[in-house]
Design a protein around this ligand. Sequence first.
Ligand SMILES: Cc1cc2nc3c(=O)[nH]c(=O)nc-3n(C[C@H](O)[C@H](O)[C@H](O)COP(=O)(O)OP(=O)(O)OC[C@H]3O[C@@H](n4cnc5c(N)ncnc54)[C@H](O)[C@@H]3O)c2cc1C
Length: 395
Amino acid sequence: MEFTAKELDLARRAAKFVDNWCIPFEVEAERAGGPLPAERVAQIKAAALEAGLQGGLHRKERGGNSWTYVEWLLVEEQLGRSTNAISWYIPNAYNVWRSASDELQKKWLEPALRGELHDAYAVTEEFAGSDPTGMRTVARRVDGGWEISGEKWFVTFGGIAAVIIVVAYALEPGEELDDPATPRRTTLFAVPADAVGISTIDDPPFTHNYADGHPTMRFANVFVSDADVIGGVGEGDELQRAWFTEERIGIAVRCGGAMIRLLTEAMEWTTGREQGGARLIDHQGVSFPIADSAADAAAGRLLTFEVGRLADAGADPKLVHGKASMAKLFMSEAANRCADRVLQIFGGRGYVRTTAAERLWRELRVDRIWEGSSEIQRLIVARSLERRGVDAMLF
Ligand SMILES: Cc1cc2nc3c(=O)[nH]c(=O)nc-3n(C[C@H](O)[C@H](O)[C@H](O)COP(=O)(O)OP(=O)(O)OC[C@H]3O[C@@H](n4cnc5c(N)ncnc54)[C@H](O)[C@@H]3O)c2cc1C
């Protein structure tokens, strides 16, 4: 794959950040159950800002970097090499802010990209996961704004966010959600986390050890003004579709980064250790799974960067969406296979949480679930093959 000197320089900068500021603190974070001391977090944030890695796809004038998709993917690939979400300390914000008003971007996006606050994104509910149309959260129009009521599950950063992007159905006076005549106006609201009526009702432990959780949050008649609508009333589905496409190629490329780390560590280990009178790598039972994962990683990387190049070229967003799903499906499944194989190759050490393969084996599991599970990606790929054609999806 050919990259420009500028792109390669950016990838090197990101690699250096990961080597100096993420990987060295992984075991400390793991042993602490996720968090790092506040002073270390401040150092990592400052290093990320100094390296110019914040808010990649966001515009420069907002404090981001205005990267192309390919540039962004090169950075995310490097971040995928690290564990315990230490790279999440890099100042960033959800991409839907790009569609928000100037006022909202100044209030939330710009400070987020300076590392001064965090946002969260709340769409999933108890009965609305893969199929978000089962959402029960509503925003009722009241004098001067809206009142939001509902319950959101798995709100990443929910415990630390200053602002929560809440997805709700907007209702005009007299309308009820259960009335089939009521139009479904999916709408995104920027809800200040300290607004009256917000509570955390559960904060369960998850498989990975990350600093921040994914709590369940209740919104009881939470008032927001008209100015807190992101994009426009009823525009939520469109904004979320664009968000999913980006998130999915991001997951694909980070899974690729994880495979780079896994294969690098597997090669060091298997060429350095002898059992049964030979190096581990000289036993085919050990080398073949490594070879299979290397083939997956190389093939998936081509696909993922191809999707990035298409997005940069302004290709049909529906085609990019279909291919992004294909990349996410392939890379998340391949990375999970790779982590399982490499864990096995490390033997007993592979079952110890201070081994990167063990952490990645746990952490990569969610990539087959969030931002649309593997099953949902298969549905999208199948539908794209039908609607856009086999040639368009493969070439
Ligand atoms: C760690 C973590 C962080 C998260 N962060 C956020 C966040 O910040 N904000 C947010 O809003 N959400 C977040 N989520 C939620 C996540 O996006 C959902 O868990 C995911 O979309 C799946 O929804 P669900 O859990 O309700 O499962 P369900 O939709 O109930 O699916 C259950 C199973 O059924 C399968 N299935 C469902 N429908 C079909 C179908 N039509 N065909 C075939 N199989 C199907 C699924 O693939 C899955 O295997 C997070 C989840 C986790 C685990």
